[in-house]
Design a binder for this molecule. Structure first.
Ligand code: UDP
Length: 455
């Protein structure tokens, strides 16, 4: 009998491609063949300097590319434009791919942010599943949109009727309505497009046979108790970080010296600073952070992506900064973050609290200093600081600036807090247990694979 073959579709952003690639490896370990869909634009970025060949087949994964419908120079962070384009251009390519007689797919696994594609797979006769690459608590918030509208908490466009704290289910973290995950865009037009896009994806998710999520039972217990149909299978990582070439999913080339640089440092001595793949800084805040890192006087590893600054206002280091910190600071364009967080030299993580960064920090028992921007990052910050209590928030001053003194004092406070360190270690242990043979996420993954492999 031929092995089951999964067709996998991530939302075309770095924080989605990585976890869906990790899921792919978990399925390969369970006997699956994988076809992974990237947009042409992202595939180009991944291929640069990597080992992907002409046939786009490597490591048990077959890569196919589909256009996203935008011109190469267009901004992929314009979510409204990108999602409109994806839903217009991609369906016909997907239909053709799924109906192609040469490859017989057994199942289709879509990122919930691309769940509209599930109906296409259903029509093509495939088994279907949806994966949520963020906190299950955020998914519950999204699935509650109809009720929130009905209860008058938000209007038809997702705008909160007033600023208030709501609790969606008993045991769930209370959420401030001004932090709802869809309510982050300044322009009303894009906000409306994104809100409708999320509603459409919610509806389409209900057609999926299974919903899995990159979390684990102990991490969001009240949510999984309330919503047992969401299966936690995380932290997704498996052999990815040790065996596979990360160039298969990194949009930037990683700095190859990070680990050897970390090897020179004692345990718990280095501050890791990274803000994911889309956060951008203004020059004032960028300089203040640099001065804060200088003020701390400890070694640091800081990821400054080449596109971290706004196109119109570029960021510069404070005068003389690079020379002054040369002996203890390493600044890189992109790090192999999973390996970095696993390294014993790391003492804490100054993070924007994207979900992947959050779960990667949790998995490695690294305490956080939270610097969230938007979407689900504020929700994740609440988990880190109020529910799991494995980190502290960096608080902006009255002008919205996180000052160098705030950075310095919070790092010192965090590193002295033995309770936070102990809780971080405890969470790491729970995380390890969940992915070990017999652990809850391990069993859920097996269950998932069993359903998906049935014809
Ligand atoms: N990442 C990385 N190297 C870096 C910065 C980030 O490998 O220098 C990875 C990180 O490990 C995570 C992903 O990029 O898997 C970022 O996802 P996250 O959800 O944290 O943030 P987003 O980019 O979606 O805002």
């Amino acid at each position: 009998m031929s092995s089951p073959h999964a067709l996998i579709l991530p939302y075309p952003a770095q924080g989605h491609v990585i976890p869906l690639m990790e899921l792919s490896y978990c399925l390969i370990e369970r006997g699956f063949q994988i076809t992974f869909i990237n947009t042409e634009f992202n595939h180009e970025r991944i291929s640069v300097g990597s080992i992907l060949d002409e046939a786009k087949f490597i490591d048990g994964i077959h890569f196919v590319t589909i256009p996203d419908g935008l011109e190469p120079e267009e901004d992929r962070h314009n979510f409204g434009r990108l999602t409109t384009s994806l839903t217009t251009v991609m369906p016909s390519f997907l239909e053709e791919l799924m109906r192609n007689k040469a490859v017989k797919f057994t199942c289709f696994i879509a990122d919930i942010n691309m769940a509209w594609a599930i109906t296409i797979a259903k029509n093509a006769g495939l088994r279907t599943a949806a994966i949520w690459p963020a906190a299950a608590g955020v998914l519950v918030t999204l699935l509650s949109i109809p009720k929130l509208i009905q209860d008058g908490v938000i209007d038809e466009n997702g705008t909160p009727m007033k600023k208030e704290v709501i609790q969606l289910n008993p045991g769930m973290t209370p959420t401030d309505t001004s932090n709802l995950p869809w309510y982050f865009l300044h322009d009303e037009y894009t906000q409306k497009i994104m809100f409708n896009y999320m509603i459409a994806n919610n509806q389409a998710t209900s057609y999926a046979e299974m919903i899995i999520c990159n979390s684990f039972e102990m991490l969001e217990k009240p949510v999984f108790k309330e919503m047992p149909y969401i299966l936690p299978v995380g932290p997704l990582h498996n052999s990815f970080e040790s065996i596979r070439d990360p160039n298969l999913c990194y949009f930037w080339s990683e700095d190859k010296q990070c680990i050897s640089w970390l090897n020179k440092h004692p345990a718990n001595s280095v501050i890791y600073v990274a803000f994911g793949s889309i956060t951008i800084f203004n020059n004032k805040q960028f300089q203040e952070l640099a001065l804060g890192l200088e003020l701390i006087g400890r070694p640091f590893l800081w990821v400054v992506r080449p596109d971290m600054t706004n196109k119109s206002i570029s960021c510069t280091y404070p005068s003389g900064f690079e020379e002054r910190v040369a002996d203890r600071g390493r600044i890189v364009g992109w790090s192999p973050q999973q390996k970095v967080l696993k390294h014993p030299a790391i003492a804490c993580f100054i993070s924007h609290c994207g979900w992947n960064s959050t779960i990667e920090g949790v998995r490695n028992g690294v305490p956080f200093l939270c610097w969230p921007y938007f979407v689900d990052q504020l929700f994740n910050q609440s988990y880190i600081t109020k529910v799991w209590k494995v980190g502290l928030s960096l608080v902006p001053d009255e002008n919205g600036l996180i000052s160098k003194e705030e950075v310095r004092s919070k790092v010192e406070e965090l590193l002295k807090d033995r309770d936070i360190l102990a809780r971080s270690q405890a969470l790491k242990n729970f995380s390890n247990i969940s992915v070990m043979e017999g652990g809850s996420s391990f069993k859920n993954l097996n269950k998932f694979a069993d359903v998906m492999r049935e014809i």
